[in-house]
Design a protein around this ligand. Sequence first.
Ligand SMILES: [Fe+2]
Length: 361
Amino acid sequence: MLYDFRSFINPGYYAFGKGTLSRLGQLIDRRKENGKGWTAYLIDIYFKDKNIEAKLPIIAGDLIIWIDPVLEPKTSLVDEYAAQIKAHNPQLPSVVVGMGGGTAMDYGKAVRLMVTNSGASHEYQGLDKIKNPGIYCICIPTISGTGAEVSMTTVLSGPEKKLGIKCDYTMPDEIIFDPELLDTVPDAQRFYTGMDCFIHNVESLEGTWITTMGKAFAEKSNEMCEDVFMNDSLSRIEADEKLMVASILGGNSITYAQVGVCHALSYGLAHVLGIHHGVGNCIVFNQLEKYYPEGYKKFKEMQIKAGVEIPEGICANVTDEQLNVMAAKALANEHMWDNAFGKEWRNHINADIIKDLYRKM
Ligand SMILES: [Fe+2]
């Protein structure tokens, strides 16, 4: 193992079930001191014209920041949003809500830390660098699969590196899982994000870092993923409820194991071409039959059933220089390669093999 011993944290509270969003006011109120305080909401911009405010317990003095998920989370925007919150009211909020997909939730998780820690967020990229606990953070996933809701990392692109702020303080304090919120997710996006979860499980199960705990989470999660995408008898709401649980379990599977080849290569795609995590993983996994034959077979079955086309030819016009950067970014994820192939991973993978794989994408 590359890391020392660690005892892993999970969110403190899980609120689960259809209609749970209507309980958000109660959950916020119990974090207010003497009934006083305000809430900062970071919400996926998708909901801006959907009258989401009517479903949220917004009161005078609260703040909404709309999050555009097109670009992956950036340290510069984390700092901007933290400044906006501090300028809104010198009394810090009682609660920060992150509502949306992995991007909105990651902003919520990071911003709530940057209002209680001085300096710029890029100074905290890395492991255990945050000094002070953040504001109480409630995450509300509206698309499922990334596992961001149960992750102690918020992955951020900074001026120098794409690296998580990773520590116990990053973990959200509470999660609302309301499957009704997944109802309007477009099919392709639902598939790409669901496959992020499936791939977490495959990479955990096939890796050398697998543990009994990680295996239990990953096996159950994949059973649920396959049910979600292959079982016609499930209603949409039943499937969405299962996908929410699969995402929690898949997120935990990588906590107790590690991701592998697909995530390492996907980081290279994201860095150079700005491709979003879920779709990037699908583009990569589509070329990984050699490394994950069983997982690949199931992935293709689910893809065909979902009727989703995986983008192809995205590397057709990349320059040699870009390809070199992508390969270097992928290779830098040593812990992922170590998980995938073991300590002698350099005997199995190198820049040339990686570049050949990218050329096929
Ligand atoms: Fe992932």
